[in-house]
Design a protein around this ligand. Structure first.
Ligand SMILES: [Zn+2]
Length: 376
């Protein structure tokens, strides 16, 4: 647990990244607009629009994007309605024209993936410790069980809420995309009436951006069509699968692995090597098959229950019902595990446990692929 947190904070990726909100000037309008680059690049003479602001700045983003290998979008439901986000997308699409390969290097990840991963991770952690009950074993086992169960339940319900909100937002965004219009996007300068706090006039980003997009795509309509088709397709594929990728499902369920590692160590200390081997097989089955299929099925269930209920009580009942579904699945696997340990031959018991889980995992995976196609 400690190493996971330390790695998360201290580890530095070797990839070089450009984060727009951090790397672009946000307060100085001249530095932000960067219209001299636009004028220079296109030799535009309709520069009434640009004359007044000969600064370096934001429009140089075209150069950055041209030399970028991929565009990573951290998506929430407001993304497609923000003009600058749409502009960056347009610039990147333009830069990709003529490059080899068919796959568009745009990676769209929902911002809810972060908190949702943390909640499931901690939910697995509390549930695992709750099963062991180790921290409270000598002092107050009942209190320990209650504290850990309630903590685990709170994390599961938080994760369920994130997942349901994600599906509802995705559905709403796909609706918006089907009738996407650039003029409907919002822009900070327009919402401020092009006046700064000190009363000075503000350059309108929208005019600059519309001009760029017209240059790049020949017409605004052509760009809107690209958004409706290519971006809509990328969103369906990537946001539909964000919470069902196998590697993600294995990683967020890792605390179950720690719980079983403790049991393996206990058996090895007592010299029970065959017992440790059996727990080792059961451990791998939990991590590679059981937890992924339980989480995948839960994610599918949150999609089916994505609609927000009108009153608070109904909303909580839906969340509780989904939590009970996870509990039921986990109890089913635990019952299978107990049944496997009752086999006269432990090897046969382990094979039985692995085989049943592998079968359910395969069924859940096939069903999930069909479902993700429909959901997207
Ligand atoms: Zn404006």
């Amino acid at each position: 647990m400690l190493m996971t947190v330390v790695t998360f904070i201290v580890w530095r990726s070797k990839s070089r990244i450009f984060v727009d909100i951090l790397c672009m000037e946000q307060h100085n309008p001249k530095l932000k607009a960067g219209t001299s680059h636009l004028t220079h690049r296109y030799g535009t003479s309709e520069g009434e629009l640009f004359k007044e602001d000969p600064a370096e700045g934001l429009l140089n983003i075209g150069g950055i994007l041209k030399h970028s290998e991929s565009l990573h979008v951290f998506w929430d439901h407001t993304w497609i309605s923000r003009l600058w986000c749409v502009f960056e997308l347009a610039a990147f699409l333009k830069c990709q024209e003529g490059k080899e390969g068919n796959a568009m290097p745009i990676f769209i990840r929902p911002v809810t993936l972060g908190p949702c991963s943390m909640m499931i991770f901690f939910a697995c952690f509390f549930t695992s410790i709750g099963n062991l009950n180790t921290p409270f074993l000598d002092s107050a086992p009942l209190l320990g069980m209650v504290v850990l169960t309630v903590s685990g339940m709170a994390c599961w319900i938080a994760a369920i809420r994130f997942l349901r909100a994600h599906w509802a937002s995705l559905e709403s965004t796909l609706d918006q995309l089907s009738s996407f219009k650039l003029e409907k996007t919002s822009c900070f300068c327009c919402t401020k009436g092009h006046q700064q706090d000190n009363g000075a006039m503000m350059v309108c980003d929208r005019q600059v951006i519309m001009h760029c997009i017209t240059h790049w795509f020949d017409s605004i309509e052509a760009f809107e069509e690209t958004v409706k088709t290519e971006i809509s397709k990328a969103m369906r594929q990537q946001l539909g699968h964000a919470f069902t990728s196998y590697s993600w499902l294995v990683l967020v369920g890792l605390p179950f692995h720690w719980m079983n590692m403790d049991q393996i160590a206990t058996r090895l200390r007592c010299g029970n090597v065959s017992g440790a081997a059996v727990v080792g097989v059961i451990n791998l089955t939990w991590c590679l098959f059981s937890v992924p299929w339980i989480l995948r099925t839960t994610v599918m269930a949150t999609y089916l229950c994505r609609r927000r209920r009108s009153n608070w009580i109904s909303e909580q009942l839906v969340n509780l019902g989904l939590y009970l579904l996870i509990t039921f699945f986990a109890a089913f696997i635990l019952a299978l595990q107990l049944l496997a340990t009752e086999f006269p031959d432990l090897v046969q018991g382990s094979v039985f446990f692995v085989a049943v889980n592998l079968l359910i995992f395969s069924l859940a995976t096939c069903r999930c692929q069909d479902w993700a196609r429909d959901a997207g």
